[in-house]
Design a protein around this ligand. Structure first.
Ligand code: CAA
Length: 389
């Protein structure tokens, strides 16, 4: 029998600050239901200037990594589209903060929100050739469109960390996948820009078009029907986007399939509603949300994943939920963490947003208010200085 390869553990970290979407709607003179229902977001993570993709990734990984993992991790693949350097990979900073071995590989990958799926598939191939090794895969981002832009209510941030290995506790990845790539300008961030440029309405249409492509292709390849899926998960730039995707797939579904897949989708979007867009991490935050919140999924269920990254690249792949999947969550109480966050006012959010540093030669950051385990303390001669405590 072939060796099983897949997701052994999954961890998540976000900011300790959030903005209530009702407050944002009021400040922008919008009906709160536009954000709560129309966009499908209730809160948005507000990232402190002393946090970035490296510090959030370290916090996410720390939740799941044990000593045995540290010894076995020989590859760190860091997916991000809000990286901190155009040359040096965020994975090197991360490996250092986590105290990983030095005889490992550390790289960063990029293709918008699809990056973490690329990392996952690379890791799977690597483990197939190196069954004793583990790979640390990161999807970490800070989604920034800008104050008072249409994309503003779809910002957010945080990091997902996954350990990929053989005989995984959480999910065995199946081999048949469908990918689709086409040069499209729906969302991009030119060099030197700290905020994304986006053609919002167009990007939502392209997302659905790419979903149709990979879904139809996967149907041809596997012949899996709706009844063969315990849950379908989506990249969630905002949670209504995934609901639109699901509705497109469910057009001709039986009542039974619709009821089950909509029920599981509702579990799978709870965390995303609380945090906002994680870009690379969003699909995997939705997976974590399903694992934590669903009372109906069970070992043996097939889960479908739709990954989308603007520009644009899509992939649909599947996995089988494993008996020990709860153990792969490492006992972290995510609702306790989310509920403990502090809310900030719209003015405070705007101030924190503008205080993030980009392309600065020297700065000392005031990190007293930030109680996180990993911090960006400053930049000296364009070199980032991280702290762990
Ligand atoms: N009650 C309930 N619903 C309401 C409402 C109310 N009072 N008022 C408005 N709505 C609904 C609208 O009907 C609409 O729903 P539908 O899309 O189902 O028709 C929804 O709220 C949003 O309203 P608008 O379309 O008027 O919103 P907008 O023009 O302000 O912008 C957006 C929405 C285009 C998504 C914008 O937020 C944006 O540009 N976001 C960033 C881009 C993005 O996330 N694209 C997703 C695909 S790209 C991708 O996936 C990669 C990635 O991560 C970026």
């Amino acid at each position: 029998k072939l060796m099983k390869i897949g997701i052994d553990k999954i961890g998540f970290a976000t900011s300790d600050l959030y903005l209530d979407m009702v407050d944002l709607a009021n400040a922008r003179h919008e009906d709160p239901n536009k954000y709560l229902i129309g966009i499908g977001q209730s809160k948005m993570a507000v990232i402190r200037p002393t946090q970035d993709v490296v510090t959030m990734a370290a916090a996410a990984a720390k939740k799941i990594i044990c000593q045995e993992d540290k010894e076995k991790i020989s590859y760190v693949i860091f997916a991000t589209e809000s990286g901190v350097d155009n040359s040096k990979s965020a994975a090197i900073y991360l490996a250092d903060l986590l105290g990983l071995k030095l005889n490992i590989r550390t790289i960063e990958v990029k293709q918008a929100c699809y990056g973490a799926t690329a990392a996952l598939q690379l890791a799977k191939g690597y483990v197939a050739l190196n069954p004793e090794s583990k790979v640390l895969v990161i999807g970490a981002d800070n989604a920034r469109y800008g104050v008072k832009t249409p994309g503003e209510p779809t910002q957010g941030g945080g990091a997902i960390a996954m350990i990929i290995g053989s005989d995984p506790k959480i999910l065995e990845l199946e081999n048949e996948t469908s990918a689709y790539a086409k040069n499209i300008m729906d969302f991009w961030r030119p060099l030197g820009h700290s905020k994304a440029l986006v053609d919002g309405k167009y990007s939502s249409g392209v997302y659905l078009d790419f979903l149709k492509n990979v879904w139809d292709e996967q149907l041809k390849r596997t012949n899996y029907q709706l009844q063969d899926y315990g849950a379908l998960l989506f990249h969630l730039p905002y949670t209504k986007m995934g609901l639109k995707g699901l509705r497109q797939i469910l057009q001709d579904a039986t009542a039974e399939d619709s009821t089950r897949l909509i029920r599981e989708f509702e579990y799978a979007r709870q965390f995303n509603c609380e945090v906002g867009n994680l870009y690379t991490g969003s699909l995997y935050l939705s997976f974590l949300s399903l694992l934590v919140n669903s009372t109906s999924i069970k070992s043996g269920d097939r889960i479908g994943f739709f990954s989308y990254g603007s520009g644009a690249q899509a992939e649909f792949f599947t996995g089988i939920l494993q008996p020990d999947y709860q153990k792969g969550l490492a006992g972290v109480d995510y609702w306790a963490i989310l509920n403990k966050r502090q809310s900030v006012s719209v003015i405070e959010y705007e101030d924190l947003f503008e205080r993030h540093v980009f392309d600065i030669e020297n700065i000392e950051l005031d990190y007293q208010a930030d109680k996180s385990a990993f911090l960006l303390a400053g930049i000296h001669n364009y070199k980032r200085k991280y702290l762990s405590r």
